[in-house]
Design a protein around this ligand. Sequence first.
Ligand code: ACO
Length: 326
Amino acid sequence: MEKCNILGIGHFVPNKILTNEDLEKIVDTSDEWITTRTGIKQRHLVEKETCSDLAFKASLNALKDANLTPEDLTHILIATFTPDAYVPNASTVLQAKLGLKNIPCFDVNAACTGFLYALELARGICAIHEKAKVLVVASEILSSRMNFQDRTTCVLFGDAAGAIIVSRESSSNIKIKDVRLKADGTLGNLLTVIGGGSMHPPQLGKIIDEKYFVQMKGREVFKHAVRSMASICEEILESNNLSSKDINLFIPHQANIRIIEALAKKLDLSLDKVYINVQNYGNTSAASIPLALSEAYEKNKIRKGDKVLLVAFGGGFTWGASILEF
Ligand code: ACO
């Protein structure tokens, strides 16, 4: 198939910042613990905005970058596990906010790997529909699923959105060279948000419990994250006849600086080739990759001809990688 291109890139983060010092006043933690264990110094959190609000603003930024209007779009995909509501789905809410009707809207839930899963679906749509212009957004309100009494998780996450527009049209030079995806459902219990689903349905009058929030076996997740992301990067590089030396910028999922460093070491990539912004935003789940990609692009960290390697890992477990060429 003819390669797909990215026509525009954008992101949006809410204004409110919660620093590690702010968290010290909420739970029994310290800036020192959070910084040394995760690299995170602050995160952005919404006050009233929803998943579709952040998605809307990121989408407008991507459309502007592509020199397109909402009416040019043919499909909308949102990667999220924190939608505005179960029904209607977040992508139809976004469609209405963009002033559109009658184009298909999909929500994709693959936790932190959601953006790469949505990217692969966008490539599929473009393979079927020659003229497709697919808006791919990842938007997460992690703060809506954070238990601020649980210090082992509430220090890790933040809210954000990132968006791109995917098409077979070649008005842009950003090519999606490849996408590779994997999943292992036997390890799903290591990272969960169970409350409200059919396994743990809400009951009238029953108090919300900890199952409604992100629960994670951190050490286990850490181990699998490094191993799985390293192996999928090696696989996608090899099948494209590339080595890590050919990569100009590496954009890994921004969950933890120690995971990023361990991964870079395994791939023999020097840290000056790695884009890192986890210190400013924490782990924004599916939004993490497009947020980092958009920031790197905006800051001119990517030059013409550069090959960019993306990799993510998240609940499910799911993981994936992609190679872009600018
Ligand atoms: N402040 C202070 N102490 C804390 C905190 C905190 N915020 N959180 C935990 N501790 C304590 C624990 O209670 C424990 O104390 P104990 O030894 O007295 O029992 C001690 O610190 C060590 O806890 P561990 O959980 O073993 O700490 P670890 O070094 O593994 O770091 C962390 C925890 C940061 C969560 C790490 O395991 C990690 O990053 N895991 C990967 C998580 C991840 O990347 N998830 C993202 C992928 S999936 C997704 O994005 C949704």
